[in-house]
Design a protein around this ligand. Structure first.
Ligand code: B12
Length: 254
């Protein structure tokens, strides 16, 4: 995903201190100039599914390749949203709304193309056995998808055995687990041990309200993460070759 950094604009207009610019005005400064791409980026930022599809339709009629629009227009739109979220200018609901609009856009582009889009990699996500709190997992899933990853979302209250079967079948580059209750998070350890027994050594990134760093560091494959926005960053690091220890070093909160 294109990494859009709005820092320069935020500093120039001193947005946080003075509130001189609204998020929409900051975003406007980041929109591309290409008249075909710009309406798509804007529609993703606004989170308007219909506008996204209409703008994509126009771009395709103007001769643009449907699949390249995923990287050239949908991702930059989401990149602006993620950038402003990272800087505390936008909030989670904004991210979710834009991610849904972008996901619809991706589906449309896929339908309009005969070739297949290459995902950056595959992730399996789930909420632990006995736990139905799935809001955080949904955010992690949309952010990973928004950043070009294929996510096999197993849902909530997922049996340990189902997680292991899915990992064996899908061979993901990382496993994303969520637990919101102190009573349910022990499944993480069980999953870790079964992965090792099966000689599977992928990073097992764990988060959710109840989960603490010390707990996750107690099992070999565990990488703790507090913030859903870090999930795609972790996946990107794994693609670059980072293992559990390196990820712990990089994403560990001091
Ligand atoms: C909403 C909610 C519910 C909803 C859940 C709806 C749903 N579909 O999710 C309902 C009403 C159904 C519910 C039910 C229950 N709940 Co409840 N619930 C909450 C509440 C208020 C908010 C949780 C939430 O969604 N937070 C927002 C999300 C976004 O946060 P999050 O999941 O932690 O995710 C963030 C990060 O952790 C991170 N993240 C998450 N996963 C991952 C993974 C990776 C890889 C990464 C990188 C990041 C990451 O990303 C997110 C954003 O950055 C909390 C209280 C609270 N303030 O936290 C209680 C709470 C979690 N619930 C609690 C309890 C006890 C229950 C019930 C048992 C109540 C009952 N007696 O029936 C049931 C349990 C049912 C079950 N079996 O699961 C307790 C748990 C206590 C504990 N520590 O064990 C809490 C803490 C309330 C309390 N203070 O007592 N609950």
């Amino acid at each position: 995903m294109i990494n859009i950094d709005p820092s320069g604009i935020l500093v120039r207009y001193n947005v946080k201190a003075e509130k001189e610019l609204s998020p929409e005005e900051v975003a406007k400064e980041l929109y591309p100039e290409d008249v075909v791409i710009r309406p798509i980026v804007e529609a993703v930022f606004e989170g308007d599914e219909d506008d996204v599809i209409n703008a994509l339709e126009e771009a395709i009629s103007a001769g643009r390749d449907p699949l390249s629009l995923i990287d050239d227009a949908l991702m930059p739109g989401m990149g602006i949203v993620s950038g402003l979220y990272d800087h505390g200018i936008l909030f989670l609901p904004d991210v979710i709304i834009s991610a849904h609009a972008m996901t619809d856009g991706i589906e449309y582009c896929k339908q309009m193309s005969s070739s297949t889009h290459e995902f950056k990699g595959k992730v399996v996500s789930f909420v632990v056995e006995g736990d139905m709190h799935d809001i955080g997992k949904k955010i992690v899933t949309v952010l990973l998808r928004a950043n070009g990853y294929e996510v096999i979302d197993l849902g909530s209250d997922v049996l340990v055995s189902e997680v292991i079967s899915a990992v064996k079948k899908e061979k993901p580059l990382m496993l994303s687990g969520t637990a919101l209750m102190t009573t349910t998070m022990y499944s993480f350890k069980e999953i870790n041990n079964l992965l090792l027994e099966n000689n599977i050594r992928i990073p097992f990134v764990c988060g959710g309200g109840a989960v603490k760093q010390d707990f996750v560091f107690g099992y070999e494959l565990g990488v703790y993460c507090e913030d859903a926005a870090d999930a795609p960053k972790i996946a990107d690091e794994i693609l670059k070759g980072a293992g559990v220890e390196e990820l712990r070093g990089k994403f560990h909160r001091h």
